[in-house]
Write a protein that binds this ligand. Sequence first.
Ligand code: CA
Length: 371
Amino acid sequence: MHKFGSLLLAVLLLGLGGCEPPASNTQNASESPNVALTADSQTIEWRLATSWPKNFTGLGMAPERFANLVDEMSNGRLKITVYGAGELMPAFAVFDGVSQGKVQMAHAASFYWKGKAPAAQFFSSIPFGMTAQEMNGWLHYGGGMALWEEVYRPFGIIPLAGGNTGMQMGGWFNKPINTIGDFKGLKIRMPGLGGEVLKRVGAVPVNMAGREIYNALQTGSIDAAEWVGPVNDLAFGLHKVAKFYYYPGWHEPGSNMEFLINKAAFESLPADLKAIVKVAARAINQDMLDEYTSRNVLALEILIRDEGVVLKAFPPVVLSELERISSQVIEEQANKDPLMRTVHDAYRTYERGVRQFHKISEDAYSQHRQR
Ligand code: CA
């Protein structure tokens, strides 16, 4: 973990006019350090495939900004071209794409890969799991990254955290949810573990790409849907086809995104470019959360003030029941896969500790602000 500090230092030094050029360039360094960094160095070209439409708000901007940052930080020595979903390969083929070396990198979310590695789900978001702040603590200072690396090692992939949406919204509904029984028969767009939980209370979870949600709600082929939060939901116009906007997003309390790197490609990089890739990813990881936080505020204002959206909270009794079932579903899955069990136990141990601390810090302060 303190490695990050030295990486950051190394990159800062490079950024400050190339004070520490690679050993092979030291001869020229005294004359013109900036030129020396690039003159003798070959340009490396990488391709990065994403699971998002090209330049998609929030999620899709992270890989674009990452590529720009790496270009600037490396003085143009590492050029990364970003491809949207479907340009090189379908959205959900990017994991195999990186694993097989068709592309050097991808940007996606780890819960997509539960069929290949059930433990991967813990590195995006689990129902009633950790928040963005807690996830970042676990990953970078609580042992989470080492476990994530272990989960992806058999695939020849190195993971890095790639941004967080923060707390998502509970979704769009056309009838109110007053009791757990109101989920019965409800056709709802809800992927992953959240969908599995809703199935247990009689709902019919459906998975579909974000772009299909508007039409599905409009034609009535689904009754309700979750997507992300104010900024992405507003962009898709979901408020035009559903009455109630529920909170909180119990199913995704802080969804962490990921950069996937082909291990062989990463290991072929010189040490400074390795550091640049890691530090740029770390910067973009924080950047996404900052952007979502700010833009969600404005988007929510528009939804309420201009679009007349009705905000509704899930009743506490409904949330408690969903939480009970969530632990059950996750426990059951962990019992079927030894590595998922290992990651589950580590996640829960960290979560217990951080909840204790947040009870007397973040949570206590939030309660005070709600008075
Ligand atoms: Ca979501």
